[in-house]
Ligand binder design. Sequence first.
Ligand code: HPA
Length: 250
Amino acid sequence: MSTIDLAIIGGTGVYALGELADVETRQPDTSYGAPSGPIRVGTLEGKRVAFLARHGEGHALPPHKINYRANLAALKALGASRVLALNTVGGISERFGPRVLACPDQLIDYTWGRISTLCEEPGSDVLHVDFGDPYTPSLRARVIAAAAQGGVALVEGGCYGATQGPRLETKAEIARMRRDGCDLVGMTGMPEAGLARELRLDYACLAIVANWAAGAGPNVDEVITLQDVLDNVRAAMDGVPRLLRSLLAG
Ligand code: HPA
């Protein structure tokens, strides 16, 4: 088992990490099946980094079809103990407009029908992991410090609401999520974060705001297009390599 300093899971619009050097490709099978695609293992800032595109490198997998268990188990099998999840999201509250990077500290799970635990199979141990703080506080603190050190603007905190998708939400659903306390909305934050906790992986989310969620922002009737999402993710990703270098150097 080779040790990985940091595993990175890329979301919509992030299918590769161009900064990685000396890249090798791994495709471990796991007891939960195959991960979303090849895992690229390489070097960045002198550290070993593994990168996996959550939806597959060609974005073939919708959020509810992703084998979250296999993805995390494969990264762990390669030697990762820390996972930074990049999640493309919609912004609900004012501080979270398009192109913002955020490191949320809470989440609410609205997904359904996904395999969301390692306790699925008969005979597996029943786990009731603590999940009060769904993102590992020490890893979050390092991400926040790395952003500050690298001069990358990052909103600290916020509540991520995980919806089922693949369709986007109605205005009423976003209004309800706002009342619930959600600041961000995405489709892949769960069960990934819960499974990471069950697997005893440190896990933090770097949310990339691609659009105002339905009915949020200055133009409540704005239609969300895939092109806007991809353009905004590309622009917001500008600072991410600097953040990663500073995270790995620290
Ligand atoms: N809703 C859910 N998931 C998303 C959104 C959104 O508005 N934008 C990007 N991912």
